[in-house]
Design a protein. Sequence first.
Length: 95
Amino acid sequence: DEQCVIPMGGPLPVLPQRVVGIGGTAGMVHPSTGYMVARTLAAAPIVANSIVQYLGSDGVLPGNELSAKVWKNLWPIERRRQREFFCFGMDILLK
């Protein structure tokens, strides 16, 4: 008999922080299904393009500022609102 725990929902990363995460460490696990592979693969270019954009800019960004900008691109307000709605759906399904 095998048991498996899939973390669903959970908090978004505490921001600002210097470490940029992706996948489960960035809160990309879907609150209702537990899936994260498609979201993680879709987010990889966002993270890469953000890093390239800010490293290629004329000004030198400190690490904290760079990571804050990457996090902002990874979790724009629309995506955070959508995630809150998904978490609401998860709460309804669990009741």
